[in-house]
Design a protein around this ligand. Sequence first.
Ligand SMILES: NC(=O)C1=CN([C@@H]2O[C@H](COP(=O)(O)OP(=O)(O)OC[C@H]3O[C@@H](n4cnc5c(N)ncnc54)[C@H](O)[C@@H]3O)[C@@H](O)[C@H]2O)C=CC1
Ligand SMILES: O=C([O-])CC(=O)C(=O)O
Length: 320
Amino acid sequence: MARKKIALIGSGMIGGTLAHLAGLKELGDIVLFDIADGIPQGKGLDIAESAPVEGFNAKLTGASDYAAIEGADVCIVTAGVARKPGMSRDDLLGINLKVMEQVGAGIKKYAPNAFVICITNPLDAMVWALQKFSGLPKNMVVGMAGVLDSARFRHFLSEEFNVSVQDVTAFVLGGHGDSMVPLARYSTVAGIPLTDLVKMGWVTKERLEEIIQRTRDGGAEIVGLLKTGSAYYAPAASAIEMAESYLKDKKRVLPCAAHLSGQYGVKDMYVGVPTVIGAGGVERVIEIDLNKAEEEAFQKSVGAVAGLCEACINIAPALK
Ligand SMILES: NC(=O)C1=CN([C@@H]2O[C@H](COP(=O)(O)OP(=O)(O)OC[C@H]3O[C@@H](n4cnc5c(N)ncnc54)[C@H](O)[C@@H]3O)[C@@H](O)[C@H]2O)C=CC1
Ligand SMILES: O=C([O-])CC(=O)C(=O)O
């Protein structure tokens, strides 16, 4: 059986990490693409030279011509710019929307059958625009954010309780912005909801609220520390988990920015919700029951994403 082909569109900090992880996991042959000529070729060669040491088999190539992504099974998009301290993700919208237009055209021409995972920020608006620019089926274009935000929540909880990250589950819904919605009721330690752990005295409500706020600010915390850009190890690991679920038809239940066509009362928008990812792309959007406070928080987040989509339409009216 021929190896799968994975195209990484954008070969910066996340793109390079994606290539390394995809190689280590032998997900397929990897094409790194970037407009900065030399970067994708250099990173591809460097990672290929690590393969004999690590013992993985994958062909890595770098390119600055979209023809190189021809026939890709998966495209992971990180092309664009990242924020620096003092900026919000939304400040990236103008520049990155133009990048999505180019990327969408490239994917439409050379990889129309791919499963496309968008990472570029502001995530929910960019994946929405990328689907429209590329014209690919809505279930085959998805955004990565919920896996990352949930991983951050899991990490903070595992540290708080001094338990393995493996036994902590978490769901963060909504847009990938300041109004994201970490759900305490649906996040657990070995199946015990956080709301029960409060009753059991493991954590106070106030302390849990602090952890939830740290999760919401998780991206900014890293930006503040790095100063030169944003997080890349955890974002890359998160997208690889999604790609692997598609390539191996694992049918993982993962929170992703998925196209909604009426679910949760939302139409023609991408927002973070629980999904099933398998060989059919986004095979199912899971509609969980939300109480009044959760529903209000979710709709507030949806409103923020809607505002960003409007801003995109003002720049590129064809997106309407
Ligand atoms: N969805 C999420 O949870 C997360 C999203 N991000 C976002 O991911 C994006 C990438 O982040 P990094 O890899 O750290 O940035 P980076 O700056 O290291 O890499 C971006 C790459 O895109 C390339 N690029 C720019 N314009 C391009 C174009 N028109 N065509 C092809 N390539 C182009 C640049 O040359 C650069 O190599 C940013 O927008 C960042 O905000 C970052 C972390 C998490
Ligand atoms: O915060 C940023 O700019 C990058 C990002 O989306 C994250 O790390 O969650």
